[in-house]
Design a protein around this ligand. Structure first.
Ligand code: F0G
Length: 461
């Protein structure tokens, strides 16, 4: 008899309720795709079989979270759920001041308005779509100071989310510290393929910011995944809990913004939290204009209750291990078919390398957009473009921004899909890979002004 030496990553929960899915034919999907202008964001979800568009607001809440909804205190002011959420923000993120928001971009909007003056600069570890648009609308120029390894899909650096200290120092010198509105780190970095930063790098960047009196902010949307990677990969952190690592990470920042729709496993919600009393005062004043009173920020009491409870579950090692285990499982299956992907595999998603997958397509015909459309046509699996369409246009020249990474993201909602769903997804991608040479690109026939990837329309060439 062979000895069992390793146990796999099975989930620490079971299914209590199911949501039936519609099974579609190839003809149905071709029709749906045409109606959606070959943009997976414009598909009706009814026609999607396995929805890997995003992990945002698409997670399965636990029975504990659902039970919490019944305890919603829907008072206009001073809801009990708000105070519970605030206590948990202090407990898990170590930030004394909280302003709730309806989702992450609302917090990005306020922080950009508070910290940026026209003509300023913001530096960060690669851009994120909504984050950058708010920085630009507030008058800043965003500069990417992530390490070069992050732009190379094949580079196996364990912390591809790190900021390059030299790039940051050079930038501060060039533009002067006064013109640096703030520096921000996302962890893991969504657009780089879900790649984490290390605690060592964070400390170094924190030191540079302190020296020049520049605020350092944290996009902590998926911070527990970053903490998990630190635990698994960084020396000295093996024995610390995810919760301890998360708090240590946060201790190096002036404040955080969070899209609660990810780590906190809720359908809606956001957080702006800080140690900085001045920023807190400003945000508390501003939230009543854009979101709602400072004790609900555009949320129902029940939403805040689900967030507070989700926060307690998000730091569970077994939960994150199963989540990242599922992503890794998908990557390993795809590897068997030699599918080109970003490596190491990320925290929340597998990123297909569309440049390698469809090497005969120039970036002008949107390889990642094309690939996402073809995967949907094959199997009803919905993925997302993260390439030239997402990167938008240069504010000054009006040209496309051509990112080095031209990716398709297969994003895994937390606690939603089974291993068999992953197997079907892998089989479908392998099928598309088999006939990749026949695939032609797309032409953009409608382009919105902001965040064009959400609503742009295309036609097959
Ligand atoms: N920051 C990061 C790193 C994100 O991934 C997102 C959203 C936001 C901020 C904005 O938060 O959606 O609550 O307003 N990401 C989603 C995604 C949309 O699919 O990656 P939001």
């Amino acid at each position: 008899m062979t000895k069992l030496i390793k146990r796999s990553w099975a989930e620490p929960f079971k299914i209590k309720m199911v949501e039936p899915l519609k099974m579609t034919s190839k003809v149905d999907r071709e029709k749906a795709l045409k109606e959606a202008g070959f943009n997976t964001f414009l598909l009706r979800s009814e026609y999607v079989y396995i929805d890997l568009l995003t992990d945002s607001g698409t997670n399965a809440m636990s029975d504990y979270q659902w039970a919490g909804l019944m305890l919603g205190d829907e008072a206009y002011a001073g809801s009990k759920n708000f105070y519970y959420l605030w206590d948990n923000v202090k407990k898990y993120y170590g930030m004394p001041y909280l302003v709730p928001t309806h989702q992450g971009r609302a917090a990005e909007h306020m922080i950009s308005k508070i910290l940026i003056k026209a003509g300023d600069y913001v530096a960060g570890n690669m851009y994120f779509t909504t984050t950058r648009v708010h920085q630009e609308l507030a008058g800043a120029t965003f500069i990417d100071v992530i390490i070069d390894e992050a732009h190379d899909p094949q580079n196996l650096h364990p912390f591809k989310g790190n900021i390059d200290p030299q790039k940051l120092t050079d930038l501060i010198k060039k533009v002067t510290p006064k013109k640096m509105a703030y520096v921000y780190m996302a962890g893991p970095v969504n657009m780089a393929g879900g790649q984490p930063f290390s605690m060592k790098n964070l400390k170094e960047i924190g030191g540079i910011c302190k020296k020049h009196n520049i605020q350092l902010w944290f996009d902590a949307t998926r911070a527990t995944e970053n903490a998990y990677f630190i635990k698994m990969r960084e020396k000295g952190y093996e024995k610390k809990t995810v919760s301890q690592i998360l708090k240590e990470m946060c201790s190096h920042f002036d404040g955080i913004w969070v899209s609660a729709k990810k780590d906190l496993m809720v359908n809606i919600g956001g957080i702006l939290a800080t140690k900085n009393k001045h920023v807190y005062e400003e945000a508390r004043n501003m939230v009543v204009i854009y979101e709602g009173l400072h004790t609900y920020g555009g949320l129902a009491g029940r939403d805040m209750e689900a967030m507070a409870r989700g926060m307690e579950e998000m730091v569970s090692f077994d939960n994150i291990k199963a989540r990242i285990g599922q992503v890794e499982y998908c990557g390993k299956q795809l590897e068997k078919y030699d599918i080109p992907m970003v490596k190491p595999f990320g925290g929340h998603a597998i990123f297909l390398d569309a440049k390698q997958f469809l090497p005969h397509l120039k970036q002008d015909v949107f390889p990642a957009q094309t690939l996402a459309a073809e995967i949907y046509a094959d199997s009803g699996v919905r993925a997302m473009e993260r390439g030239v369409v997402s990167a938008g246009r240069n504010q000054k020249t009006g040209e496309h921004n051509y990112p080095k990474l031209e990716l398709v993201r297969l994003t895994f909602p937390r606690r939603v899909y089974t291993q068999a769903h992953i197997d079907v997804t892998v089989e479908s991608i392998a099928e598309v890979y088999n006939h990749r040479k026949k695939i032609k690109g797309l032409a953009m026939i409608y382009e919105p002004k902001y965040l064009r990837f959400f609503q742009a329309r295309f036609k097959r060439l």
